[in-house]
Design a protein around this ligand. Structure first.
Ligand code: COA
Length: 259
């Protein structure tokens, strides 16, 4: 499998998937989402692969979010489709894989980047990582499952605060919240995840697959994800969204017209 924005290496039952757009801080454009889907599909079908590690290339970012330049002029319907397709192709897809996926968060995990890390089965971060869902600073809401997975992982009140303030948290806070399971240095990050993967692969892949299904079933949402898709789409019809995304692309502070 060869891709433009995704690198894959496979060694002794362990696959490392690296999102490779370092100049854009690995922002998720549509092509990357499609490639990641194909990469994960191939690895799930590969009987030799027992564990997958997902990381970002470069020293700065895991993923700095969905690619804002791609959707700045989207309509409400296009916004809805962006969220719905992305959730199906990548975020729900990873969560429901029966091959374990560990997110190795090597830097910024913002917006769609944190949503991607949260769709993985668990997370390990390096000291320099920063996490947040800054969408409301763009006149948007998280659209790749963030309104659902963040409160499940860290609790409703903390998720409300993090989403409303659009702020980033450091790894100490993320560890205290249970958003990440371990924090290590950047140099140790992949080695640490590989050791965890080694422990996992000593166990029954079949049983682990069933455990993932059972754990996920306990968190089966009502219609929260569908509500997120509708609300995400509605944002695209607002002046706030136009102002928020223009401000980011023009590298200035947004001045929201408000309610
Ligand atoms: N979408 C598109 N491009 C992005 C991006 C995103 N989510 N995040 C970063 N980039 C691009 C920048 O536009 C810049 O491109 P350029 O060099 O062609 O101008 C490049 O990646 C480097 O980012 P830059 O902002 O210069 O780095 P920084 O160190 O000053 O700031 C961040 C880092 C992560 C704080 C900043 O990039 C940021 O706020 N990104 C957006 C985060 C966000 O809102 N994500 C949610 C999207 S829904």
């Amino acid at each position: 499998m060869t891709f433009t924005n995704v690198l894959i290496s496979i060694k002794e039952g362990l696959a490392i998937v690296t999102i490779n757009r370092p100049k854009k801080l690995n922002a998720l454009n549509q092509e990357t989402i499609k490639e990641l889907h194909e990469a994960f599909e191939g690895l799930q079908d590969n009987a030799d692969v027992k564990v997958i590690i997902l990381t970002g290339s470069g020293e700065k970012a895991f993923v700095a979010g969905a690619d804002i330049s791609e959707f700045a002029d989207f309509s409400e319907e296009e916004g809805r489709l962006l969220a719905a397709n992305g959730q199906k192709l990548l975020f729900d897809y990873i969560e429901n894989l029966t091959t374990p996926v560990i997110a190795a968060i090597n830097g910024f995990a913002l917006g769609g980047g944190l949503e991607l890390a949260m769709a993985c089965h668990f997370r390990v971060a390096s000291h320099n990582a920063r996490m947040g869902l800054p969408e409301v600073s763009l006149g948007l809401i998280p659209g790749y499952g963030g309104t659902q997975r963040l409160p499940r992982l860290i609790g409703k009140g903390r998720a409300m605060e993090l989403i409303m303030t659009a702020s980033m948290i450091d790894v100490d806070r993320a560890l205290g919240y249970g958003l990440v399971n371990h924090v290590v240095s950047q140099e140790e990050l992949l080695g640490f995840c590989e050791k965890l993967a080694g422990k996992i692969s000593n166990n029954s892949s079949v049983a682990i697959g069933y455990a993932i299904k059972a754990i996920n079933k306990g968190f089966t949402p009502s219609n929260g994800f569908a509500t997120e898709v509708e609300a995400f789409g509605a944002c695209f019809g607002t002046q706030d969204f136009k102002e928020g995304t223009s401000a980011f692309l023009e590298k200035r502070k947004a001045d929201f017209p408000g309610k």
